[in-house]
Design a binder for this molecule. Structure first.
Ligand SMILES: [Zn+2]
Length: 179
């Protein structure tokens, strides 16, 4: 059996996250959240691809790179051959409220069954269509661990990032407690 790297840390995230609802998350004060993680149960309502769904990222620090002439530049590491990082902007909802949450990288690729390797590297990636297979996550319910992203801190926006997820399996409903 292959040991999945990251599987443990995903479990650890679920263990340490505070049970919450989207309504509660939206009422929190950005300054008080810090690195706190929250566990919510929510359904994926829609995927927003208006800003693209992957981006060229620095191979050293993974931040987004800016296109310039025929090359890509990282603010810190200058000219680098870009990697691609998936970024899915999801609308999620529970029975208290709806919000947008972003899922990045390998986690996003795993959830959507899409691999960004080999996708075109363009200055404007928003024209590249998200493969239909991503739609399989629509209307599915998940347990999510969310927290604020570094970008949310920088921009002082209450934008949540998904740090871990578990699909809620239809055959083992979490509300079932008969045995
Ligand atoms: Zn960099």
């Amino acid at each position: 059996m292959v040991q999945q790297q990251g599987a443990l840390s995903q479990e650890a995230l679920f263990d340490s996250a505070v049970e919450s609802t989207i309504k509660d998350l939206l009422s929190l004060n950005l300054a008080n959240i810090g690195s706190a993680m929250f566990k919510i149960q929510a359904r994926i309502l829609d995927i927003d691809t208006s800003d693209g769904w992957y981006y060229p990222s620095c191979p050293i620090c993974t931040t987004s790179m800016a296109p310039e002439l025929d090359a890509f530049y990282c603010k810190e590491h200058q000219r680098q051959p870009p990697h691609l990082t998936m970024k899915l902007s999801l609308y999620i909802g529970d029975n208290t409220a709806k919000t947008k949450a972003i899922i990045f990288g390998i986690l996003a690729e795993k959830m959507s069954n899409i691999n960004v390797v080999g996708m075109p590297i363009l200055g404007d990636i928003s024209s590249v269509r998200l493969p239909n297979i991503a739609e399989t996550i629509l209307n599915k319910e998940y347990n999510f661990v969310v927290g604020l992203s570094d970008e949310a801190f920088r921009q002082e926006l209450l934008n949540y990032k998904i740090f871990a997820y578990k699909a809620i399996n239809e055959t083992q409903s979490s509300t079932c407690s008969s045995d």
